[in-house]
Ligand binder design. Sequence first.
Ligand SMILES: *[C@@H]1O[C@H](CO)[C@@H](O)[C@H](O)[C@H]1NC(C)=O
Ligand SMILES: *[C@@H]1O[C@H](CO)[C@@H](O)[C@H](O)[C@H]1NC(C)=O
Ligand SMILES: *[C@@H]1O[C@H](CO)[C@@H](O)[C@H](O)[C@H]1NC(C)=O
Ligand SMILES: *[C@@H]1O[C@H](CO)[C@@H](O)[C@H](O)[C@H]1NC(C)=O
Ligand SMILES: *[C@@H]1O[C@H](CO)[C@@H](O)[C@H](O)[C@H]1NC(C)=O
Ligand SMILES: *[C@@H]1O[C@H](CO)[C@@H](O)[C@H](O)[C@H]1NC(C)=O
Ligand SMILES: *[C@@H]1O[C@H](CO)[C@@H](O)[C@H](O)[C@H]1NC(C)=O
Ligand SMILES: *[C@@H]1O[C@H](CO)[C@@H](O)[C@H](O)[C@H]1NC(C)=O
Ligand SMILES: *[C@@H]1O[C@H](CO)[C@@H](O)[C@H](O)[C@H]1NC(C)=O
Ligand SMILES: *[C@@H]1O[C@H](CO)[C@@H](O)[C@H](O)[C@H]1NC(C)=O
Length: 871
Amino acid sequence: MEGGVFSAHKPTYLLLLLHIFLLALLPFKAISSPKTQAEALVSWKNTFAPAPPSLSSWSLTNPNNLCNWTAIVCDQSSEQVSQIDLSNFDISATLTYFNFTPFLKLTQFNLSGNYFTGPIPSELGFCTNLTYLDLSSNSLEGPIPSPIGQLRKLQYLDLSYNSLNSSIPSELGFCTNLTHLALASNFLQGKIPPSIGQLRELQYLYLHMNSLDSSIPSELGLCTSLTYLDLTSNHLEGKIPPSIGQLRYIQHLDLSNNSLNSSIPSELGLCANLTYLALASNHLEGKIPSSIGQLRELKHLDLSYNSLNSSIPSELGLCTNLTYLALASNHLEGKIPPSIGQLRELQYLDLHMISLDSSIPSELGLCTSLTYLDLTSNHLEGKIPPSIGQLRYIQHLDLSNNSLNSSIPSELGFCFGLTYLDLSRNQLSGSIPLTLGNLAHIQSLDLSNNNLNGSFPTEIAFPLLGNFYLSHNNFTYNTFVGKSDLCRDARGLSRGCNSKKNNKKVIIGVLVPVCGLSVVATTIALILMFHKKTRRVLKKIHSAQNFENFESMILQEEVKFTFGEVVKAIDDFHEKYCIGRGGFGRVYKAELLSGQVVAVKRLNMSDSNDIPAINLQSFENEIRTLTNLRHRNIIQLYGFCSRRGCIFLLYEYLERGSLGKALYGVEGVTELGWATRVKVVKGLAHALSYLHHDCSPPIVHRDVTVNNVLLESDFEARLSDFGTARLISANSSNWTHIVGSFGYMAPELALTMRVTDKCDVYSFGVVALEVMMGRHPGDLLESQLSKSSQSMKEDNAELFLKDLLDQRLEAPSNELARAVVLVMSLALACICTRPGSRPTMLYVAQKLSARSLPSLPEPFGMLTINKLMGI
Ligand SMILES: *[C@@H]1O[C@H](CO)[C@@H](O)[C@H](O)[C@H]1NC(C)=O
Ligand SMILES: *[C@@H]1O[C@H](CO)[C@@H](O)[C@H](O)[C@H]1NC(C)=O
Ligand SMILES: *[C@@H]1O[C@H](CO)[C@@H](O)[C@H](O)[C@H]1NC(C)=O
Ligand SMILES: *[C@@H]1O[C@H](CO)[C@@H](O)[C@H](O)[C@H]1NC(C)=O
Ligand SMILES: *[C@@H]1O[C@H](CO)[C@@H](O)[C@H](O)[C@H]1NC(C)=O
Ligand SMILES: *[C@@H]1O[C@H](CO)[C@@H](O)[C@H](O)[C@H]1NC(C)=O
Ligand SMILES: *[C@@H]1O[C@H](CO)[C@@H](O)[C@H](O)[C@H]1NC(C)=O
Ligand SMILES: *[C@@H]1O[C@H](CO)[C@@H](O)[C@H](O)[C@H]1NC(C)=O
Ligand SMILES: *[C@@H]1O[C@H](CO)[C@@H](O)[C@H](O)[C@H]1NC(C)=O
Ligand SMILES: *[C@@H]1O[C@H](CO)[C@@H](O)[C@H](O)[C@H]1NC(C)=O
């Protein structure tokens, strides 16, 4: 083999021989004294543009100090330079002016991470004692000089991330001690020299991101020490040499993004230590060899974007360590082998567009680690197996563009972590299961182009939903109507919004979840119905001349301003007064001439022709009740107005904003100490206790969240957003259009649709926990929901209270610790799954206001959640 190298590069090699011969004649001793080395370094440094200050020690004022210069290491005995490490010195220069001859003893030379330009000088070949050479991450150009083959002691060579544009010199094959060879990300052309097979010690070979072409030499199989081989993103063609099976120690093999067009050699199955195998984006043909099942250590397998045909070998199920499996975009046909269920570690499975037919095996449900599953664009038929509900960690599920024809299994609702769900372009029938309401994290939902019927369950609300497609189904739109800007967010419904024919079919039950307008929508609908049908004016106030007459208005008796004044104060809803916006519309801050400040919520609703009649008297009573509420912990609703199809709610304005803002804003920690947090929770408890127990009839707020609690300057809590509060009475408690915010909504609400004061108790519990924990207690709630309360106890047995509390604050002590423990134990009681087991708000408020706090059953640091739930 060496002979081959010689003949191929005879001229260069002879030249090199000549060099060495001439060098041999030179008086070495004289050349490589410390003095000549110092002079060579300084004159090189003088060509740096500019020389970095960190190299100030490089100076001829005291050349005897050479061994103490920055970046220089000397050989102990000879006191000559043995190592130069200028890595990451921000040097802009070339190697052209570096005189190599005084440095023939150099063993390490590191210029990585600078701005060196120009060629690599052939003289480098003189430094035959080099073991480590790193010129990576510069802008070196031109060829890799073939004299580099003289560096026989080289163990580590890194020329990656430069602009070298020659072929790889076959002389590299002489550097037989190389363990690490990196030439990645250059413009290297031509072939991988067969001489590479002489590098028997080579463990790491990085040639990715070049322009290498022709085929992979079968001699590569001789590099039997290889553990890591990366040839991605070149133009390699032809076959994968079967000799690759000789790489017994290889762990990482990546040949992706080339033009390889053979079949996958079954010899690959001999590389028993492979953990990472990627052959994606080539033109590979034939079958996936069943020998792949021998790769028991395999964690990552990517064969996507090839022309593989025949079926998926069931032996894949033997690779039980797989976490990533992608076979997408091939012609595999047939079925997903049931053996896939053995891949319990699998997190990522992409089988899109590989012509699969038959049905989805229910064994897929055994792959319980899955977070990503893509089966789109196959010919899968039959049903979505209910076992899919076992995929508790799944976040991305795409079954679109198949021929699935079952109904949507209600078990899908157990996939709590789903953020992306696409079932579009199938033949799914039946109605949407209520359990989809569990998918609190969903951001994109596409059910379009199926045969789904029924109505979209109104109790499903997705707070994070950004993309939502329902079109081309057989839904009946039998509930409320509303056409609004909100539709813009629901792209799937946009057809419905834009075409006159359909725009009455948009249900508010859909708008509510889509737009995150959980709260106010129902009231708005009610208000709209009210004003359109009756045009009844309860208390008409003379309007400012610039504005149209208001279509209806209710203002609290003692309010001293007119709506016209409000509109004037905010310059007819000028942007600059807008202090917040949401799916529902905008909030403006109006500073009236009198100095009073009010908040105006503007809700855009324009087309309400189709609203069914409602009990106007009861609605009127409701608004009156809300404006007449008086409690120090409840925000004042001054009134409402409507004008030009817009609804306005006038509220008291609080400078400090919401509890959520305080909790998660920049100043959250410093402002909200333990005492303040306890105070906030206490205030909220009193507000709810007042609504539930002091109002007649009682009022359920229905949407208690950290965003609906506002804070006064002294951190007194004020409950706001009474938009949806409904009077409880025997006949109105069965309220089919449930609104509420996910993460705060009592679990029974989704099942029974029955709104009771216990729903508020639950939401209060969540808010109280959130205030104390400094984050939403989602995990706690989930563990409680999905398990019996007994197992929750077991689960949380070892969970210490101190670990649950907001870690940004120091743990409370003494009196405060007792107050915090009381709040936490009450909050935990409030989130009981069984509504009947939750305390009343009256009880909670009284407990929190009691003169003496209960003493701790154990030292604060020892208290577990379990213990707390028993208190
Ligand atoms: C290098 O510096 C050390 C102390 O930092 C000193 O002891 C030593 O003498 C110096 N060597 C030379 C050659 O100046
Ligand atoms: C390389 O190092 C060895 C041992 O340190 C030394 O004997 C030899 O002279 C060096 N080679 C050159 C070219 O300086
Ligand atoms: C060169 O320096 C870089 C940066 O400090 C380092 O990561 C690299 O390992 C060094 N190369 C060698 C061969 O030591
Ligand atoms: C390599 O790049 C240099 C300039 O950087 C250019 O002159 C030379 O022609 C290029 N060689 C090849 C083989 O492309
Ligand atoms: C290669 O390395 C081995 C052991 O590390 C050493 O004995 C041998 O001399 C080296 N070969 C060359 C050419 O330096
Ligand atoms: C594939 O390789 C080509 C060059 O051969 C490169 O331009 C492209 O970015 C690579 N694609 C990927 C996904 O790495
Ligand atoms: C693979 O590609 C090479 C060169 O592009 C071509 O000669 C050969 O016929 C191809 N082989 C197959 C099986 O397509
Ligand atoms: C796999 O690697 C381990 C050490 O990492 C080694 O002991 C074992 O022999 C290798 N397996 C094979 C088949 O060579
Ligand atoms: C799988 O991985 C685990 C841990 O990463 C390892 O202990 C085990 O040997 C691997 N191989 C098989 C066949 O499970
Ligand atoms: C849509 O639903 C109606 C009423 O349930 C039914 O008659 C019709 O066949 C359905 N259309 C399709 C395409 O399923």
